[in-house]
Design a protein around this ligand. Structure first.
Ligand SMILES: [Zn+2]
Length: 150
């Protein structure tokens, strides 16, 4: 009987790594955190990064799969409610932290900590409210055929 040719040690591992690199493992949480398109999880939603004056600029269509992000006219109006919820959560958490850590300080200390935090967090609140709106309330789901495999 003839034995099949023996593979060198490590060849199997190399083949497994090559297979893994060709597969795309979708991660909804990672795509949301990075601000990627919900359908291909490859194209960016926003034109620029969150730090800067153009943090609101958003692509109308996905640069990879051409999905129109505004699913219907006024779709992102709903993001205001998401933004409101996120802002309230931030303010309540910060207010609670100031209350506990500062042992109920004066009112101006609350304002001195909460107001700048609110302003600094607004680009992220704006972006993530839109991202959550797209991922949770739009009838769009990940489709592997649109994913950029690189
Ligand atoms: Zn896309």
């Amino acid at each position: 009987m003839e034995k099949p040719p023996q593979q060198k040690k490590g060849t199997k591992r190399l083949i497994r790594i090559q297979k893994m690199s060709n597969q795309y493992t979708p991660s909804k949480i990672k795509a949301m955190a990075q601000g990627k398109c919900p359908r291909c999880q490859s194209g960016k939603l926003f034109c620029h990064n969150a730090i800067g004056t153009h943090f609101m600029d958003m692509h109308t269509h996905c640069p990879v799969c051409d999905l129109q992000f505004e699913i219907e006219p006024g779709f992102f109006w709903g993001a205001m409610y998401v933004s409101y919820a996120i802002t309230c959560a931030i303010l309540l958490i910060l207010g609670g932290a100031v209350l506990v850590i500062g042992n109920n300080p004066d009112f101006w200390i609350y304002m001195a900590i909460i107001l700048p935090s609110f302003v600094l967090a607004s680009p992220f609140t704006y972006r993530y409210s839109r991202i959550l709106m797209l991922y949770w309330f739009a009838p769009v789901h990940f489709e592997e055929r649109f994913a950029r495999k690189s």
